[in-house]
Ligand binder design. Structure first.
Ligand code: SF4
Length: 239
């Protein structure tokens, strides 16, 4: 376990050295491990979250607990108000259930565009993604170049197991989203997240009405072919 932590810290330090670096958190279990490492080791990495306007109350409760434990250490980015009004007028308040196209349009307004603003001018982007999280992430590398955004992307927990994530959280008494205790292994917006049953894939509760292959919100797109990739992932693809 210590080797895993050292490896993650090494990647975080590499990201910090790219200055300016940013860590995007949705306050899931993996993100809480990274937040604890970043704050605990005083790494120069900005922390931000995307408040889509549809987050579960439990996530806001955790955000409050994070402020109490680590200080007011993260910035919150909201959707563009005009774009959101146009989206809801066109597709309805819960239009994301109607089609994959509508769902991706909602993610584009509530997540992807605010993410672009949050990452503007950054040279490194830290995420909490892991290989085992989804069929769309089986080739996730430790580090890659995001050609579209023009920055280095770091996935310090790419090779961690779910058990290792929770071992860290328990050992270091890290706060976490109480929805995890109610069988929500992956937590996003409230209307697009449900609890899973025993034996189901850990991403089964996200956009459960869609096929697994379409279950990404557009935040983590596949890099262009031929772009830089970390060792062990010669193509740089992960989706
Ligand atoms: S997860 Fe659901 S509510 Fe949240 S931005 Fe995507 S479609 Fe919209």
């Amino acid at each position: 376990m210590n080797a895993q932590i050292d490896s993650a810290l090494d990647l975080l330090r590499q990201a910090a050295d790219r200055e300016p670096a940013a860590f995007s958190t949705s306050f899931g279990a993996e993100d809480m491990v990274l937040l604890d490492l970043i704050r605990g080791h005083a790494l120069a990495i900005d922390i931000f979250t995307l408040d889509t306007g549809r987050l579960p109350e439990e996530t806001h409760t955790l955000m409050q607990r994070v402020e109490e434990r680590y200080g007011r250490c993260f910035r919150t980015w909201a959707p563009d108000a005009d774009a959101l009004q146009r989206l809801v007028a066109a597709n309805g308040i819960n239009g994301f259930y109607a089609s994959v196209e509508n769902r991706k349009a909602c993610c584009a307004v509530r997540k992807v565009e605010p993410l672009a603003r949050a990452l503007a001018g950054k040279r490194a982007w830290v995420t909490g993604m892991r290989v085992q999280q989804a069929v769309t992430r089986t080739r996730l590398p430790a580090q890659e170049f995001d050609a579209e955004r023009g920055l280095d992307k770091f996935n310090p927990l790419h090779d961690w197991t779910e058990a290792q994530v929770w071992n860290y959280i328990r050992t270091h008494d890290v706060p976490y989203n109480e929805l995890h205790d109610r069988f929500y292994p992956s937590i996003g917006c409230a209307p697009c997240t449900r609890a899973i049953a025993v034996g189901e894939d850990i991403r089964a509760g996200r956009w459960w009405w869609e096929n697994p292959e379409s279950k990404e919100c557009g935040l983590h797109r596949k890099p262009a072919a031929g772009q830089h990739a970390a060792a062990g992932n010669p193509t740089g693809e992960f989706a």
